[in-house]
Design a protein around this ligand. Structure first.
Ligand SMILES: Cc1ncc(COP(=O)(O)O)c(C=O)c1O
Length: 485
């Protein structure tokens, strides 16, 4: 993590900080302080970094130093900044905040907040019965030490069967159970990527994957996805793999987060072939593979086209079942699984046996649970699309045929300003720039349809009101984002 942010960097992150709603009524220093709080809230400004000196930031923003001094004072008063004379000022959060699963900051006391920052469903009703049944099974394991670095055999077999059912013959030796898909990604990166190694990712992509990559100090190249159409541009993607020859490519071909795109079978086959010739390992994140909607047929898993152990698939229980289970997995060659298990012992030894047993019971009931999830998601997606069409008709959205999110193209590069304003009316958003690398994607917003329809409709109503206020705040000269992915 960077320990210091320079004036020019903070100015770029702040973007249109003066375009907050109600700006005519609030002084510049208050708007600047609110914008810094917004960056902290959406995770783009890390905690514990040193902010630029007042004079440096004033120069970068072309405003007076007294404005910055007053903004920093307000941030200190609200508990967002700690200063030591002569040493500088560091970002922090007031005591009432905690970290949410997405890395977003969530106030503990705000139960009325509609949280569109998190794209995950509440647990299905089958979870409690599955947990009870798992507790009944537990005695079978209590005679041993309970450490299973690759996972308990029952779960590995169940996961292997689900791959085989998708047309990819898989044995339990090829499966390693992890504590969630994110953990799976982190372990794979530890094994397959030396610090500073080169990686290709989609843009936009899953923010926590970017976080895992930056922890490895990866050098990242992006492949920009189109909003509509097939998403991936085959020539550009294959061209990047051939030219850049990254050590690793991280792709989400099944209902990509955040765009919802589904990669065709033909492109999967060509990507695997290109990766093989370039010496690139492919990490394929299948988090949403169980959630096609509208009867959409799934192409074969990318690993079906793999003849050289180039493809490592990762997936987990969080999206179809429940994130709180913290169960995920890796599918790789048996020797790779052994190497991953050896790497894992230095991290967390093994996943909890009880949770793995709960997963076994849920997977045994998969057809019923997953069918209900799909029906629920399709209805919620349609409610969200209807509300958007009615209340925010200038936003461009394409209905995704699977997954849990849609990627809206807004009517201006206003995503962060909108997220800050929405927070004030009880709606938490993950603005577009969180899904990219360099503060771009301001024209986009990810909207999950994982909350009940009534909440989604209410949230869109509040967003429409806030969007109107942003206009009235009167900053017509939006700065164009430099890259629109
Ligand atoms: C693409 C993708 N990968 C990984 C994860 C993390 O999943 P888990 O909760 O299994 O760690 C998510 C969760 O949103 C995701 O969308």
């Amino acid at each position: 993590m960077t320990s210091q942010v320079r004036g020019a960097q903070l100015a770029r992150l702040l973007g249109q900080w003066h375009a907050l709603p109600g700006r005519r009524r609030s002084p510049d220093y208050a708007a600047l302080a609110a914008a810094v709080r917004g960056l902290l809230a959406d995770g783009r400004l890390p905690l514990g970094v040193r902010l630029p000196a007042e004079r440096e930031l004033a120069e970068a923003l072309r405003i007076s130093r007294t404005t910055v001094t007053a903004a920093y004072r307000q941030l200190r008063e609200t508990g967002h900044l700690a200063s030591r004379r002569g040493a500088g000022s560091w970002t922090m959060l007031p005591g009432t905040h905690r970290v949410a699963s997405t890395g977003l900051w969530t106030p503990l006391d705000d139960r009325d907040m509609i949280d569109l920052g998190v794209a995950a469903l509440a647990a299905p009703p089958q979870l409690v019965p599955a947990a009870r049944a798992a507790a009944e099974d537990l005695p079978r394991y209590l005679g041993g030490a309970g450490y299973h670095p690759t996972g308990i055999i029952e779960l590995r077999e169940a996961v292997a069967r689900s791959y085989t059912a998708r047309g990819l013959p898989t044995s339990a030796e090829q499966i390693m159970v992890t504590s969630g898909t994110q953990h799976a990604l982190d372990l794979v990166l530890r094994l397959a990527l030396a610090p500073g190694g080169s990686v290709l990712v989609e843009s936009p992509t899953y923010p926590n994957a970017l976080a895992a990559l930056s922890a490895r100090r990866a050098r990242i190249t992006t492949h920009g996805l189109a909003v509509d159409g097939p998403g991936w541009d085959a020539d550009l993607l294959l061209g990047s793999i051939r030219q850049v020859r990254p050590k690793l490519a991280y792709l989400i071909p099944d209902f990509q987060n955040p765009t919802g795109h589904l990669m065709s079978a033909e492109l999967r086959e060509r990507v695997v072939a290109a990766a093989h010739s370039a010496g690139t390992d492919l990490v394929v994140d299948e988090s949403f593979v169980d959630l096609p909607l509208d009867g959409t047929e799934l192409p074969p898993p990318a690993a079906t086209f793999d003849r050289h152990s180039r493809v490592i698939s990762i997936g987990g229980m969080s999206k179809p079942y429940w994130g709180g289970l913290r169960i995920g997995w890796v599918r790789a060659s048996a020797p790779q699984v052994q190497r991953l298990a050896a790497a894992r012992v230095g991290v967390d030894m093994a996943s909890p046996v009880l949770d793995q047993l709960v997963a076994v019971h849920l997977l045994a009931d998969a057809p019923t649970i997953v069918a209900a999830r799909r029906a629920q998601l399709a209805a919620q997606r349609d409610a969200l699309l209807d509300a958007l069409a009615q209340r925010l008709p200038d936003w461009r959205v394409t209905a995704p045929h699977g997954g849990v999110t849609l990627w809206a193209e807004l009517d201006g590069p206003i995503s962060s300003a909108l997220a800050r304003a929405a927070e004030e009316v009880g709606v938490r958003l993950a603005p577009g720039p969180r899904f990219g690398l360099d503060g771009t994607l301001e024209r986009f917003l990810r909207l999950p349809f994982t909350l009940p329809a009534a909440d989604l409709v209410e949230a869109v109503g509040r967003l429409a009101a806030v969007r109107y206020d942003l206009d009235r705040a009167g900053r017509p000269q939006w700065r164009e984002a430099t890259v629109i992915a």
